[in-house]
Design a protein around this ligand. Sequence first.
Ligand code: ADP
Length: 263
Amino acid sequence: MSQNIQTSLPEPIVRYRNVTKAFDNRVVLKQLDLDIMPGEKIALIGPSGSGKTTIARLLMTLEQPTSGTIEVNGEMLWHMEHKGKLVPANEKHLHRMRSSIGMVFQHFNLFPHMTILRNVMEALVHVRKMPKQQAKERALELLHQVGLQHHTKHYPAQLSGGQKQRVAIARALVMQPQILLFDEVTSALDPELVGEVLDVIKGIADKKDTAMLLITHEMDFARDVADRILFTDGGVIVEQGTPEQIFENPQSPRLRAFLTRFL
Ligand code: ADP
């Protein structure tokens, strides 16, 4: 009976099940279970080294789980069906799975020898095989959305850190991912440039039904943008809830201690 009820609910687009990750026998993520629903905005908070980036890198296929499974749209990330059997994923499968995921990193990772416009167009033309003119129009639209329409001919070195990060966001968005990962995208910025980047992300969060996983130390931002907040410590999700639950009524001593640092 519960099956019937469940089928009427939307399916998660991402499903981590019992995911453990170890580096050289050191376990950094322990038996993680996490569902991300379509359009859901999740903020990951927690001390440095608690496993937040690993959660994102696993989804981006930059790391492979030591055990457990990750599904995207009901399909396994690291396995695929072949002649009715589950076999390890090949590069083609991983590439297809990755196409629904976008990631913005702390250090922009822009191509220094390309103009801003080309940085944003590049994957549309070379990965999606979109005609150049169409890719250009799409890229210009996104650059407009992040407020950089007057910088299209500039090179990354000519921009401020905040502007570079906005290019990186436009570059991720132009691929129309179902889920966007933001890994401490403001931590490398001068304090006066943080606001413009957070404003752009808030604007996207309000307008688009893209799901987001935001790793951040900006607590006010997490509170504003997230539907759900996860607090990680020591490789596990210690506590999760709505921003009100997490910030107004934290339950675990570890979360309470963590939050006092931001008061
Ligand atoms: P957070 O994002 O919360 O700061 P991370 O997920 O980056 O935490 O890291 C969790 C732990 O895993 C840390 O102790 C880190 O040193 C370790 N770690 C992350 N990546 C690697 C790696 N490639 N090799 C070895 N250890 C790693």
